[in-house]
Design a protein around this ligand. Sequence first.
Ligand code: ADP
Ligand code: MG
Length: 319
Amino acid sequence: MLSEAHIIEYLTANFPDNIGDDAAVINGYAGQQYVVTTDLLVEDIHFRVSYFNPADLAHKALHVNLSDIAAMGARPCFILCGISIPMAQAKYAEDFLFSLATICKKAGVLLIGGDTTKSPDKLFISITAIGTTAPEYIKYRTTAAVGDYICITGALGDAHIGLIACENKRSDLTEFKNAFLRPHAKINEGQWLGTQLSVTSMMDISDGLFIDLRRLCEASNVASNIILENIVPSTSFINACYDLQLDPVTTMLIGGEDYGLLFTVDSENYQLLADAFMQRFGYQITCIGHIVAGNGVHFIEQGQAKNMTLTPFSHFGEE
Ligand code: ADP
Ligand code: MG
């Protein structure tokens, strides 16, 4: 069956040194390396024009790419933008491109090219981002080690609440809708974590903690134990979940599109790193568990293994 996982598996098997991380790493000048990533946003699969205004979509299209650059520990420098426009969305697309230019300037990223075509009925947006850093600061998914602590930046599940709120045409739940419509790539955090020797691996959380941590574990050939007591929903999150008939912890584990960072830290240096992060960015990282031998993502509650049946969410029914 045609699925994203099968396609990526096939391509990674053919190009094992290039495909499989948040971005590809290529050699540049003066000992620097470039990291390159691309993402495709399709109308009615990834966004709806009914609730994404052009500026929100420009923000999101840019930041989902910058997030993959940040996840490698690199600094974003350039983007290219491919856009395929249906007649009905000509004005929307024009406003999108105007906003994209403004948002790129604000993020200190140069728009260096792209491609424009007509589309029969849906709007397609493909952004390619290029970043750079020194080779020793690049973080991969393949290098988590047994004993490392698993950490995340920011909240889990907010964007999923936002998606459901947008789909249900809710006029409230603004904070959650903003998390979904305008996620902020952790650009400064990613670059800083890249420079920290105690950070052993990193990726961003685009498809939800459960599925993305599983990918990190597969890439590093290890397993993980998530300590459920460390996944703590806020009161406003619990209230929103009950309102939308969602289970809070499940939503935190499988909700996608938050674009926080997921990284592992060697346990001896964890406290030092957590304190330095707090001092630098003014908020805490969360340690959600640890890396163990084996494979898969496992759950611990009150010191005991706990079975959880989680079906990773797929947003408008795509594979
Ligand atoms: P992310 O969510 O971090 O953007 P993806 O899950 O989309 O990553 O992709 C995982 C890996 O598979 C990346 O290295 C990406 O470049 C690669 N990949 C995905 N689709 C394709 C494709 N159609 N052709 C080549 N590589 C692909
Ligand atoms: Mg990613």
